[in-house]
Design a binder for this molecule. Structure first.
Ligand SMILES: O=P(O)(O)OC[C@H]1O[C@@H](O)[C@H](O)[C@@H](O)[C@@H]1O
Length: 306
Protein backbone atom coordinates (compact mmCIF):
# COMPACT_ATOMS: atom_id res chain seq x y z
CA UNK A 1 0.00 0.00 0.00
CA UNK A 2 2.83 2.34 0.83
CA UNK A 3 5.91 0.90 -0.89
CA UNK A 4 7.86 4.14 -0.82
CA UNK A 5 7.85 4.23 2.99
CA UNK A 6 6.34 7.71 2.87
CA UNK A 7 4.45 9.43 5.62
CA UNK A 8 0.75 9.78 6.04
CA UNK A 9 -0.98 6.43 6.05
CA UNK A 10 -2.70 6.36 9.39
CA UNK A 11 -6.16 5.00 8.76
CA UNK A 12 -6.36 3.10 5.55
CA UNK A 13 -5.24 5.85 3.18
CA UNK A 14 -2.22 5.47 0.94
CA UNK A 15 0.66 7.46 -0.50
CA UNK A 16 2.31 6.28 -3.72
CA UNK A 17 4.77 7.82 -6.13
CA UNK A 18 4.58 7.34 -9.90
CA UNK A 19 6.44 9.00 -12.74
CA UNK A 20 4.64 11.09 -15.35
CA UNK A 21 5.50 10.93 -19.04
CA UNK A 22 8.34 13.42 -18.53
CA UNK A 23 9.87 11.30 -15.78
CA UNK A 24 8.72 13.66 -13.01
CA UNK A 25 7.50 12.13 -9.75
CA UNK A 26 3.82 12.52 -8.95
CA UNK A 27 2.57 11.72 -5.46
CA UNK A 28 -0.80 10.01 -5.31
CA UNK A 29 -2.71 10.49 -2.07
CA UNK A 30 -5.75 8.32 -1.45
CA UNK A 31 -7.89 8.84 1.62
CA UNK A 32 -9.70 6.05 3.44
CA UNK A 33 -12.94 7.70 2.30
CA UNK A 34 -12.13 7.16 -1.39
CA UNK A 35 -10.98 10.71 -2.22
CA UNK A 36 -7.69 11.28 -4.00
CA UNK A 37 -5.20 13.99 -4.84
CA UNK A 38 -2.14 14.08 -7.05
CA UNK A 39 0.81 16.36 -6.37
CA UNK A 40 3.59 16.91 -8.88
CA UNK A 41 7.12 17.47 -7.72
CA UNK A 42 7.34 19.90 -10.61
CA UNK A 43 6.27 23.13 -8.92
CA UNK A 44 4.87 21.38 -5.84
CA UNK A 45 1.63 21.73 -7.77
CA UNK A 46 -1.57 19.92 -6.77
CA UNK A 47 -2.61 18.62 -10.18
CA UNK A 48 -5.77 16.79 -9.27
CA UNK A 49 -8.26 16.55 -6.40
CA UNK A 50 -10.98 14.00 -6.87
CA UNK A 51 -14.09 12.96 -4.97
CA UNK A 52 -15.04 9.42 -4.02
CA UNK A 53 -17.40 9.53 -7.04
CA UNK A 54 -14.50 10.25 -9.41
CA UNK A 55 -15.42 13.91 -9.89
CA UNK A 56 -12.46 16.24 -10.51
CA UNK A 57 -12.58 19.37 -8.36
CA UNK A 58 -9.67 21.25 -9.91
CA UNK A 59 -9.50 22.51 -13.45
CA UNK A 60 -6.69 21.64 -15.85
CA UNK A 61 -6.77 23.07 -19.34
CA UNK A 62 -7.09 20.67 -22.25
CA UNK A 63 -4.32 22.76 -23.84
CA UNK A 64 -2.03 22.57 -20.80
CA UNK A 65 1.63 21.93 -21.57
CA UNK A 66 2.98 19.27 -19.24
CA UNK A 67 6.61 19.73 -20.17
CA UNK A 68 8.89 21.98 -18.06
CA UNK A 69 9.90 24.82 -17.92
CA UNK A 70 6.37 26.24 -17.69
CA UNK A 71 3.80 25.68 -14.94
CA UNK A 72 0.88 23.51 -16.01
CA UNK A 73 -2.25 25.63 -16.59
CA UNK A 74 -4.54 24.49 -13.81
CA UNK A 75 -4.49 22.78 -10.42
CA UNK A 76 -3.00 24.65 -7.47
CA UNK A 77 0.19 26.49 -8.31
CA UNK A 78 2.56 27.93 -5.72
CA UNK A 79 3.30 31.63 -6.16
CA UNK A 80 6.57 32.34 -4.32
CA UNK A 81 8.50 34.54 -3.57
CA UNK A 82 6.67 37.09 -5.75
CA UNK A 83 3.05 37.58 -6.72
CA UNK A 84 2.29 38.36 -10.38
CA UNK A 85 4.68 40.91 -11.83
CA UNK A 86 5.10 42.90 -8.59
CA UNK A 87 8.86 42.57 -8.58
CA UNK A 88 11.82 41.75 -10.75
CA UNK A 89 11.33 37.98 -10.87
CA UNK A 90 9.38 35.93 -13.38
CA UNK A 91 5.56 36.14 -13.10
CA UNK A 92 4.38 34.60 -9.77
CA UNK A 93 7.98 33.80 -8.78
CA UNK A 94 10.08 30.75 -9.57
CA UNK A 95 8.74 28.10 -7.13
CA UNK A 96 6.05 26.86 -9.55
CA UNK A 97 8.70 26.11 -12.16
CA UNK A 98 11.17 24.24 -9.99
CA UNK A 99 11.63 20.62 -9.07
CA UNK A 100 10.74 20.02 -5.42
CA UNK A 101 11.71 16.97 -3.36
CA UNK A 102 9.81 14.76 -0.94
CA UNK A 103 10.87 15.34 2.64
CA UNK A 104 10.59 12.25 4.82
CA UNK A 105 11.37 13.85 8.18
CA UNK A 106 10.32 17.51 8.17
CA UNK A 107 11.13 19.66 11.22
CA UNK A 108 8.32 20.05 13.78
CA UNK A 109 5.44 22.39 13.00
CA UNK A 110 4.83 25.56 15.02
CA UNK A 111 1.04 25.40 14.42
CA UNK A 112 -1.64 22.73 14.59
CA UNK A 113 -1.54 20.46 11.56
CA UNK A 114 -4.46 18.10 12.27
CA UNK A 115 -2.63 15.53 10.20
CA UNK A 116 -3.64 12.56 12.37
CA UNK A 117 -5.89 10.22 10.47
CA UNK A 118 -5.19 12.01 7.22
CA UNK A 119 -3.09 11.07 4.25
CA UNK A 120 -0.30 13.53 3.64
CA UNK A 121 3.00 14.26 1.97
CA UNK A 122 5.73 16.78 2.81
CA UNK A 123 7.55 18.56 0.02
CA UNK A 124 10.61 20.82 0.14
CA UNK A 125 12.11 23.41 -2.16
CA UNK A 126 15.56 24.93 -1.65
CA UNK A 127 17.08 27.52 -3.98
CA UNK A 128 19.42 26.39 -6.72
CA UNK A 129 22.53 28.40 -7.65
CA UNK A 130 20.49 29.78 -10.55
CA UNK A 131 17.69 30.92 -8.15
CA UNK A 132 20.24 32.58 -5.86
CA UNK A 133 21.49 34.66 -8.76
CA UNK A 134 18.03 36.21 -9.32
CA UNK A 135 16.92 36.17 -5.65
CA UNK A 136 19.98 36.10 -3.36
CA UNK A 137 18.24 34.69 -0.28
CA UNK A 138 18.77 31.22 1.06
CA UNK A 139 15.42 29.71 2.09
CA UNK A 140 13.61 26.45 2.73
CA UNK A 141 10.05 26.35 1.44
CA UNK A 142 8.04 23.42 2.78
CA UNK A 143 4.57 22.30 1.85
CA UNK A 144 2.46 19.68 3.59
CA UNK A 145 -0.45 18.48 1.42
CA UNK A 146 -3.03 16.71 3.51
CA UNK A 147 -6.14 14.82 2.38
CA UNK A 148 -8.84 14.04 4.94
CA UNK A 149 -10.99 10.91 4.84
CA UNK A 150 -13.91 13.21 3.90
CA UNK A 151 -11.89 14.70 1.05
CA UNK A 152 -11.00 18.03 2.64
CA UNK A 153 -7.70 19.32 1.34
CA UNK A 154 -5.25 21.15 3.62
CA UNK A 155 -2.13 22.89 2.44
CA UNK A 156 0.41 24.04 5.02
CA UNK A 157 3.29 26.12 3.63
CA UNK A 158 6.34 27.10 5.65
CA UNK A 159 9.17 29.43 4.71
CA UNK A 160 12.41 29.53 6.71
CA UNK A 161 15.18 32.07 6.34
CA UNK A 162 18.45 30.13 6.11
CA UNK A 163 20.47 33.25 5.42
CA UNK A 164 22.37 35.69 7.62
CA UNK A 165 20.27 38.66 6.47
CA UNK A 166 16.51 39.31 6.43
CA UNK A 167 14.35 38.85 3.33
CA UNK A 168 10.70 39.37 2.51
CA UNK A 169 8.38 37.42 0.24
CA UNK A 170 4.82 37.07 -1.04
CA UNK A 171 2.95 33.81 -1.30
CA UNK A 172 -0.13 32.59 -3.17
CA UNK A 173 -2.00 29.34 -3.72
CA UNK A 174 -3.04 30.02 -7.31
CA UNK A 175 -6.07 27.70 -7.41
CA UNK A 176 -8.04 26.82 -10.54
CA UNK A 177 -11.38 25.51 -9.27
CA UNK A 178 -13.45 23.39 -11.62
CA UNK A 179 -16.93 24.94 -11.95
CA UNK A 180 -20.09 24.18 -13.90
CA UNK A 181 -20.25 27.53 -15.68
CA UNK A 182 -18.89 30.96 -14.80
CA UNK A 183 -22.45 32.34 -14.96
CA UNK A 184 -23.59 29.86 -12.30
CA UNK A 185 -21.13 30.68 -9.52
CA UNK A 186 -20.78 33.34 -6.89
CA UNK A 187 -18.27 34.12 -4.20
CA UNK A 188 -19.34 35.02 -0.68
CA UNK A 189 -17.10 36.44 2.02
CA UNK A 190 -15.48 39.31 0.14
CA UNK A 191 -18.35 41.79 0.58
CA UNK A 192 -17.33 45.31 1.69
CA UNK A 193 -13.63 44.46 1.41
CA UNK A 194 -11.12 46.66 -0.39
CA UNK A 195 -9.41 45.32 -3.47
CA UNK A 196 -6.75 46.30 -5.97
CA UNK A 197 -8.06 45.97 -9.49
CA UNK A 198 -5.36 44.63 -11.80
CA UNK A 199 -7.53 45.73 -14.74
CA UNK A 200 -7.35 49.39 -13.57
CA UNK A 201 -3.62 49.85 -12.87
CA UNK A 202 -4.11 48.34 -9.39
CA UNK A 203 -6.42 51.15 -8.32
CA UNK A 204 -8.01 50.53 -4.92
CA UNK A 205 -11.79 50.03 -4.74
CA UNK A 206 -14.24 48.84 -2.10
CA UNK A 207 -16.51 45.92 -2.89
CA UNK A 208 -20.11 47.08 -3.01
CA UNK A 209 -21.45 44.54 -0.59
CA UNK A 210 -23.14 41.87 -2.72
CA UNK A 211 -21.79 38.43 -3.36
CA UNK A 212 -19.48 38.44 -6.36
CA UNK A 213 -20.85 37.15 -9.68
CA UNK A 214 -19.19 37.14 -13.10
CA UNK A 215 -20.15 38.78 -16.39
CA UNK A 216 -16.74 39.83 -17.69
CA UNK A 217 -13.03 39.58 -16.97
CA UNK A 218 -12.05 39.90 -13.30
CA UNK A 219 -8.53 40.24 -11.90
CA UNK A 220 -8.54 41.52 -8.33
CA UNK A 221 -6.57 41.22 -5.13
CA UNK A 222 -8.95 41.49 -2.16
CA UNK A 223 -7.14 42.80 0.89
CA UNK A 224 -7.24 41.75 4.49
CA UNK A 225 -10.15 39.38 3.98
CA UNK A 226 -11.90 37.26 6.59
CA UNK A 227 -10.57 33.78 7.22
CA UNK A 228 -13.45 32.16 5.34
CA UNK A 229 -14.54 32.57 1.70
CA UNK A 230 -17.08 30.42 -0.16
CA UNK A 231 -17.49 29.61 -3.84
CA UNK A 232 -21.09 28.55 -4.46
CA UNK A 233 -21.66 26.61 -7.67
CA UNK A 234 -25.35 26.48 -8.42
CA UNK A 235 -24.88 24.28 -11.50
CA UNK A 236 -22.91 21.57 -9.71
CA UNK A 237 -24.83 22.03 -6.46
CA UNK A 238 -21.61 22.24 -4.53
CA UNK A 239 -19.74 24.78 -2.45
CA UNK A 240 -16.05 25.12 -1.79
CA UNK A 241 -15.29 26.67 1.58
CA UNK A 242 -11.84 28.19 1.71
CA UNK A 243 -10.46 28.68 5.22
CA UNK A 244 -7.10 30.28 5.68
CA UNK A 245 -4.53 31.35 8.23
CA UNK A 246 -1.61 33.67 7.56
CA UNK A 247 -2.95 34.37 4.07
CA UNK A 248 -4.93 37.62 4.46
CA UNK A 249 -5.50 38.38 0.78
CA UNK A 250 -7.63 36.67 -1.85
CA UNK A 251 -7.01 36.84 -5.59
CA UNK A 252 -10.03 36.41 -7.86
CA UNK A 253 -9.23 35.86 -11.53
CA UNK A 254 -11.16 34.89 -14.61
CA UNK A 255 -9.59 35.92 -17.93
CA UNK A 256 -12.88 35.80 -19.88
CA UNK A 257 -13.04 35.28 -23.63
CA UNK A 258 -10.53 37.66 -25.23
CA UNK A 259 -7.61 36.98 -22.85
CA UNK A 260 -8.25 33.24 -22.86
CA UNK A 261 -7.96 33.20 -26.66
CA UNK A 262 -4.60 34.94 -26.37
CA UNK A 263 -3.21 32.17 -24.12
CA UNK A 264 -1.82 29.20 -26.02
CA UNK A 265 -2.25 26.83 -23.06
CA UNK A 266 -5.91 27.72 -22.36
CA UNK A 267 -8.79 26.36 -24.49
CA UNK A 268 -10.91 29.13 -26.07
CA UNK A 269 -14.10 28.37 -24.10
CA UNK A 270 -12.48 27.05 -20.96
CA UNK A 271 -12.77 30.32 -19.05
CA UNK A 272 -16.41 29.26 -18.52
CA UNK A 273 -15.39 26.18 -16.55
CA UNK A 274 -12.84 27.58 -14.16
CA UNK A 275 -12.47 30.30 -11.57
CA UNK A 276 -9.25 31.13 -9.77
CA UNK A 277 -9.65 32.05 -6.10
CA UNK A 278 -6.29 32.17 -4.35
CA UNK A 279 -5.55 32.38 -0.64
CA UNK A 280 -2.56 34.70 -0.70
CA UNK A 281 -0.18 37.03 1.08
CA UNK A 282 0.45 39.97 -1.22
CA UNK A 283 -0.18 43.45 0.10
CA UNK A 284 2.04 43.13 3.16
CA UNK A 285 4.92 40.77 2.32
CA UNK A 286 6.33 38.82 5.24
CA UNK A 287 9.78 39.77 6.43
CA UNK A 288 11.85 37.00 8.02
CA UNK A 289 14.96 37.50 10.12
CA UNK A 290 17.76 34.93 9.89
CA UNK A 291 16.53 31.59 11.26
CA UNK A 292 12.87 32.73 11.46
CA UNK A 293 10.02 30.69 9.99
CA UNK A 294 6.58 31.68 8.67
CA UNK A 295 3.71 29.19 8.50
CA UNK A 296 0.42 29.58 6.64
CA UNK A 297 -2.52 27.29 6.12
CA UNK A 298 -5.26 26.80 3.55
CA UNK A 299 -8.13 24.35 3.99
CA UNK A 300 -10.59 23.68 1.19
CA UNK A 301 -13.79 21.99 2.31
CA UNK A 302 -16.37 20.59 -0.04
CA UNK A 303 -20.11 20.70 0.58
CA UNK A 304 -22.89 19.36 -1.62
CA UNK A 305 -26.48 20.64 -1.55
CA UNK A 306 -29.35 18.44 -2.64
O1 LIG B 1 -0.62 33.09 -16.78
P1 LIG B 1 -0.11 33.09 -15.37
O2 LIG B 1 1.28 33.62 -15.26
O3 LIG B 1 -0.25 31.75 -14.74
O4 LIG B 1 -1.01 34.10 -14.56
C1 LIG B 1 -2.38 33.96 -14.59
C2 LIG B 1 -3.07 35.06 -13.77
O5 LIG B 1 -2.81 34.85 -12.42
C3 LIG B 1 -3.57 35.69 -11.57
O6 LIG B 1 -3.28 35.37 -10.24
C4 LIG B 1 -3.21 37.13 -11.83
O7 LIG B 1 -3.96 37.98 -11.01
C5 LIG B 1 -3.45 37.45 -13.30
O8 LIG B 1 -3.06 38.79 -13.57
C6 LIG B 1 -2.67 36.48 -14.16
O9 LIG B 1 -2.96 36.73 -15.53
Amino acid sequence: MNPSGLSGDQRGGSVDVVKDRNGIDQVLLRSSGGFSARVSLYGGQVRSWMTDRGEELLFTSSKAVFKPPKAVRGGIQIGFPQFGNRGTLEQHGFARNKLWVIEKNPPPFMIRTDSDGKTFIDLLLKPSDEDLKVWPHSFELRLRVCLGANGNLSLIPRVRNMNCKPFSFSFAFHTYFSISDIGEVRIEGLETRDYFDNLCQRERFTDQGNSLTFESEVDRVYLDTSSKVAILDHGKKRTFIIQKEGLPDVVVWNPWERKTKAMADFGDDEYKRTLCVDGALIEKPISLKPGQEWTGRLDILLLYSS
